[in-house]
Ligand binder design. Structure first.
Ligand SMILES: [Zn+2]
Length: 354
């Protein structure tokens, strides 16, 4: 059956969309009023891998009015095992563009906005503000910390989600009402501590299941029905291979750097680096929030006037007085001789100059 003609504004007649959503409006949880609210909503999906493409598929079919797609990657062959919006024809195309093409065919009445770019400090506020809900389709903590800062600052609900191996987790974050992401994960773990799909692999059913939870939570939030009452939130963890399901209460941290102390580290160009104290050593590691490339050659010229500099192709070590700073090309630095975050930050700012 051919869809009816669109009007001048490019929208289909109401009767057509009522029929399209009739199985959804029958539900007491949605109803006609809920469907109207979904149509008036704007959802942003950050990352269009397996979780993000499943989430986009659900939201567009459910009739969310506007869906914003953000992804920096191209479609690769090994993505096709689980990233349901792409086919072999899409190989080497930007995921955001390929996804928008198929989503428009699925539901042409949804406004789809496409950004084939990396979400980072320079564009995050511009791309996320104006959203009614933000869905996590990313694969890294740095982007999640940035999303958390933007959403806490602008009071936008967002849904944290992750999947690796045969398991996944999801937690809704409503700034001002529930714990934020940094109540759950206060700072970046040391490099190599986290499992990733590149190392551990991933079963294709788990991201789809986690996206189902994400989109259901999004519908609850957008129709005004989400509420935890006591300010507690729940992290849901599912292992699809073992058929286990855990619901873990998460409380708000009184010392949360973001939602309690109001520090938006990932939105602050001066102090955007994150800090991790290395266990068992008198040293602090600083990892920049946004990817960067440092010229160690230039840094060597600059620092050799101030102290002792040792330089290898991948690392530069600078010693002055009792302190020692080792800097890597990606901006990561290890500052020895202190356990104080503020001292480490100021040494980093002083000698590396960010
Ligand atoms: Zn918090």
């Amino acid at each position: 059956m051919k869809p009816p003609e669109e009007d001048d504004a490019g929208t289909l007649p109401d009767s057509y969309n009522r029929d399209r959503y009739c199985r959804q409006t029958l539900l007491p949880e949605i109803g006609v009023e809920g469907q109207r609210r979904l149509k008036e909503s704007r959802a942003v999906i950050v990352g269009l891998g397996a979780m993000g493409s499943s989430a986009a598929n659900f939201l567009v079919r459910a009739g969310i009015g506007r869906v914003v797609l953000i992804d920096r990657d191209l479609v690769e062959l090994h993505n096709l095992q689980r990233q349901i919006l792409y086919s072999e024809e899409d190989l080497n195309r930007p995921k955001a563009v390929a996804a928008a093409g198929i989503l428009h065919k699925i539901n042409s009445s949804v406004g789809i906005e496409t950004h084939a770019e990396d979400l980072n400090l320079s564009n995050a506020e511009k791309l996320i503000t104006g959203a009614d809900v933000v869905l996590d389709g990313t694969d890294n903590l740095q982007t999640r910390f940035l999303m958390n800062d933007v959403c806490v600052k602008h009071r936008i609900p967002w849904i944290y989600a992750g999947a690796v191996g045969t398991g996944g987790m999801v937690m809704p974050i409503l700034p001002g009402r529930t714990p934020c992401f940094r109540c759950l994960v206060p700072s970046l773990p040391a490099p190599g501590m986290l499992q990733t799909c590149d190392i551990a692999g991933i079963l294709n059913t788990i991201p789809a299941l986690i996206a189902s939870f994400e989109c259901t939570l999004a519908c609850e939030i957008l129709t005004g029905q989400f509420g935890t009452g006591d300010g507690t939130s729940y992290l849901v963890h599912v292992d699809v291979w073992r058929q286990t399901f855990d619901r873990i209460a998460v409380g708000r941290r009184a010392d949360c750097p973001c939602c309690s102390r109001g520090r938006l580290d990932f939105l602050d160009p001066v102090s955007r680096e994150m800090i991790t104290t290395l266990c068992g050593r008198d040293a602090i590691q600083i990892t920049p929030a946004a990817p960067m490339e440092i010229s160690l050659e230039e840094l060597e010229t600059r620092l050799s006037r101030l102290g002792d500099v040792r330089f290898t192709p991948y690392m530069l070590t600078f010693r002055s007085g009792t302190g020692e700073i080792s800097v890597f090309r990606d901006g990561r630095a290890i500052i020895k001789g202190t356990r104080d975050e503020a001292t480490a930050r100021s040494l980093y700012a002083r000698y590396i100059g960010l």
